[in-house]
Design a protein around this ligand. Structure first.
Ligand code: AMP
Length: 629
């Protein structure tokens, strides 16, 4: 399956760094532009870059119409498998294009035009993918908000985008529990300062939503009699989507993905990084609300002519820890992607791999894992059990596609277990110390990428370019700061050790401890707090709040803890897994008043720690260690 014409990894990598313009102009030839770009790369005075500025294309055309033109009309494009509803449905490229073209017609009828914003707050049903593609078809900008987010988070994203339209479904399903979405949307619209004119609701039989006269429309009914529309040409620099991700403050960052760079990156990713070819069956296991859902469930596989599996279920309990193996066998999946947390959950319930026995995994060539640190024991367990290569790789919402990975479409890039593998062509990954000096192999520091970032990476934040510059480009001149720490070994393999900022990773979901501290501080009994990520065997990390109560507070610590847990659930959602609050007398601080989070993390994880010289009151550490025991 390696395409021998692609040549050697080392040659590709070297050229991509030495002559990025030449390299990416060549890769851009793989894209069917309406107007091929004459300009490849522009450098702006603020240090950001623009790729293929004068190109014109349409992402939905590339994902659907072009695939049909190339003879894949009758191939499955999307296979929906939903153990939570016991439903399966398959759409060929022809069928999916027809559905999307009509939905695009409806969006137009509802007043959505090129450049307008649309919020998609939906469970993992095919209509979510159709909504994204329909927006792309007419040049509207979508912002998919993960269905597990609470109304407050949805409201923040509504106010930031000011969408013309919001698309949702009546409910989502968690194991055997129905979660009505519409009341959450109604609440978010109450909280938001801005309201879209229309809300389009896909009614699911598990729980029908009440529709508000004049604002809400029944999606299926509204589609009656609507005709299809063709893809419209958009500029390479026009945004395809906004996707919010956690930063270090309470306000999420709106990553902007531009159509042109994204199209080049998606083709490259699926072919050269993941080694997939048109006609292959690909399974990206995540949710449309995350970057993996965009890159590896919807756009990447379809734009590469692959069949994408769209799974509405969990690794376990839908109905058991054999669910993944069942899907692989049933649909002949050739490669899958998931987060390590899913594998840890499967291993916990079925450590001997009993549910895999008798399953035919012949079609499966390899398993890709990313989203959080892959521990060696999970890696080995999965590799032994499946007898397939298990490949760790590393990327972020901001980049939109892998930064380090074994490039399976390029010869000569063998994976090295225990690392996240080598830099993918286009990414000049380096390690710097606090002063911005390059560190030699093996030494740990800040992981950065020398500019320019390759096509597809976000070059701004929605409505806040200054924040993009300060969050990513300011720390080290000439570099994009990934926010991750780690080292590069002698052979060039990158080892990611964790975040250097206050972002934690819960089951592969990125969450801001800063935001949690803001919310904790809103409780009238709380004087101050520190929220840190502590190790969890299944979820990777979970938050732990250390809280100092105000003097004279009469509520008991247990009451305050319960209220804080409920508050966090209401404001961020259950996905935060905010369940541990420990009331302490004081927080450990440096003499200049900074909370010593690194030490707190070590204490909470039961690791050895040294008492920092800068601490103002060393005794407090022992008290906290006792409280956490
Ligand atoms: P997100 O933007 O939500 O995809 O989260 C990206 C962050 O997840 C990265 O900055 C890393 O901290 C972490 N991450 C992703 N992949 C890996 C990996 N293979 N190993 C370690 N951490 C990872």
């Amino acid at each position: 399956m390696n395409n021998r014409n692609n040549g050697h990894y080392a040659r590709h990598y070297a050229q991509s760094i030495a002559e990025p313009e030449v390299y990416w102009a060549q890769q851009a030839l793989q894209v069917d532009w309406y107007r091929p770009p004459q300009q490849t790369l522009q450098t702006l005075p603020d240090g950001t870059h623009r790729w293929f500025a004068d190109g014109q294309l349409n992402t939905c055309h590339l994902a659907l119409d072009l695939q049909i033109e190339q003879g894949r009309g009758d191939q499955w494009a999307l296979i929906y498998d939903s153990p939570v509803t016991d439903q399966q449905a398959c759409f060929t490229f022809n069928q999916l294009r027809d559905e999307v073209a009509r939905l695009a017609g409806l969006l137009r009828q509802l007043g959505v035009e090129k450049g307008d914003g649309v919020i998609i707050y939906m469970p993992m049903i095919p209509q979510a993918a159709m909504a994204m593609l329909a927006c792309a078809r007419i040049g509207a900008v979508h912002s998919v908000v993960f269905g597990g987010f609470a109304p407050h988070e949805l409201a923040i994203r509504i106010d930031d985008l000011k969408p013309k339209l919001l698309l949702t479904a009546s409910c989502g399903l968690e194991f055997d529990r129905v979660i009505p979405y519409k009341p959450l949307v109604d609440k978010a619209l109450e909280l938001a300062r801005f309201n879209p004119r229309r809300v389009l609701v896909w009614q699911r039989p598990q729980s029908l939503a009440l529709l508000q006269e004049g604002r809400d429309l029944d999606w299926a009914q509204a589609l009656h009699g609507v005709g299809p529309v063709d893809p419209v040409p958009v500029s390479s620099l026009d945004p395809l989507y906004i996707l919010y991700t956690s930063g270090t403050t309470g306000k999420p960052k709106g990553i902007v993905r531009e159509n042109g760079g994204h199209a080049v990156a998606m083709r490259y990713t699926m072919n050269q990084v993941y080694g997939m070819q048109a006609g292959d069956v690909w399974w990206g296991i995540s949710d449309v609300g995350w970057v993996v859902g965009h890159t590896l469930i919807v756009y990447g596989p379809l734009m590469a002519g692959c069949t994408t599996i769209f799974y509405e279920g969990k690794p376990v309990r839908t109905p058991d820890a054999g669910a993944y193996w069942r899907v692989v066998e049933q649909y002949g999946v050739n490669a899958l992607f998931c987060a390590p947390t899913a594998i840890r959950a499967i291993r916990k319930e079925d450590p001997q791999g009993r549910l895999l026995k008798g399953r035919d995994l012949d079609s499966l060539r390899r398993v890709f894992l990313a989203g959080e640190k892959l521990d060696s024991s999970t890696h080995e367990w999965l590799q032994q059990l499946t007898a397939k290569p298990v490949l760790d790789h590393w990327w972020q919402t901001e980049t939109g596609w892998p930064v380090t990975a074994p490039c399976l479409g390029l010869e000569g890039h063998e994976p090295a277990p225990g690392s996240s593998n080598r830099a993918v062509p286009g990414y000049a990954v380096q390690v710097l110390d606090d002063e911005g000096r390059r560190l030699p192999p093996g030494e740990q520091g800040a992981i950065v990428i020398a500019l320019p970032l390759p096509p597809g990476c976000s070059q701004t934040l929605w409505g806040d370019h200054e924040r993009y510059l300060s969050a990513y480009l300011q720390a080290f001149a000439g570099y994009y700061n990934t926010g991750d720490g780690g080292f590069i070994d002698d052979s060039g393999f990158v080892h990611i050790m964790g975040r250097t900022d206050d972002v934690i990773n819960v089951s592969g979901h990125r969450l801001s401890t800063g935001e949690m501290e803001d919310l904790t501080g809103q409780h009238p009994a709380v004087a101050e707090s520190a929220v840190i990520g502590v190790h969890d065997d299944i979820k990777g990390q979970v938050p732990l709040a250390l809280v100092v109560l105000k003097d004279g507070v009469e509520q008991g610590a247990d009451v305050v803890s319960r209220e804080l847990i409920a508050h966090m659930r209401e404001r961020i959602g259950a996905l935060a897994c905010f369940n541990r609050v420990v009331v302490v007398k004081r927080l450990p601080k440096t003499r200049s008043g900074k909370t010593l989070r690194a030490v707190l993390r070590k204490i909470a994880d039961g690791e050895a720690y040294t008492i920092p010289a800068t601490i103002d009151d060393p005794l407090i550490l022992e008290e906290i260690a006792n409280a956490l025991r």
